[in-house]
Design a protein. Structure first.
Length: 213
């Protein structure tokens, strides 16, 4: 897990942007010195299948999978849930899941894409994300997520207001496609001084979660 102070460059008229600032490239190499497939995340459900190292960098998507060696797949997040996935067959995946992604099925589609590459039993790791005690949530949007995944996504803030339990949503979504083993870092981005958080302090910076083989 690595920190990065900025996301991908913004070029809305271009489908792919593969260059990054030199200081960002240096920090990425310090984490893992492989070509990174990073995504221009749009809170959707698109999954990129990566056939060679670095392929698809800058694609508008919220998840990536591969069965090829030498690939590093990354998502950036502050309060949304970054999820890493892997199978014994060497298929790996990474997904960015906010509430819209959960409601849209991004995690289920990521697992489906991994299985299309030959993944059998898949395990997942949930990185730092906002926790319900800090995530007051509107009733309508909370109903949208609960209608899809069940009332287990409903929580309460420390002040007793309705909240989205994002980690519970991740576990529930993955469970619908047979991923039962989900390790959780149990870090709240809004509470932790070591993490960036839009909800907590208005930060525009992001953490990177990277999985590679």
């Amino acid at each position: 897990m690595g920190h990065g102070p900025s996301g991908p460059p913004r070029h809305p008229h271009r489908p792919f942007v593969t260059t990054v600032a030199p200081d960002v490239a240096t920090r990425r190499r310090a984490v893992v010195d492989l070509p990174w497939t990073w995504l221009r995340q749009v809170h959707g459900d698109r999954v990129v299948t990566v056939a060679s190292p670095g392929e698809g960098a800058g694609t508008r998507a919220d998840a990536a999978v591969t069965d090829r060696a030498g690939c590093a797949l990354a998502v950036l997040a502050a309060d949304c849930a970054p999820v890493a996935l892997a199978s014994p067959e060497g298929v790996i995946g990474v997904a960015h899941a906010g509430w819209r992604g959960l409601a849209g099925g991004v995690l289920e589609r990521t697992v489906d894409a991994m299985r299309a590459l030959g993944a059998g039993e898949i395990e997942a790791v949930l990185g730092p994300c906002i926790r319900p005690e800090c995530y007051e949530f509107g009733a309508h949007d909370l109903d949208v997520v609960a209608t899809r995944l069940g009332d287990g996504v409903r929580g309460r803030t420390t002040a007793g207001e309705p909240a989205l339990d994002l980690p519970a949503g991740v576990v529930l979504a993955l469970g619908t496609v047979g991923v039962a083993r989900v390790a959780d870092t149990e870090v709240c981005t809004a509470c932790s001084a070591a993490q960036f958080s839009w909800r907590g302090d208005g930060s525009h910076a992001r953490q990177a979660l990277v999985v590679w083989r």
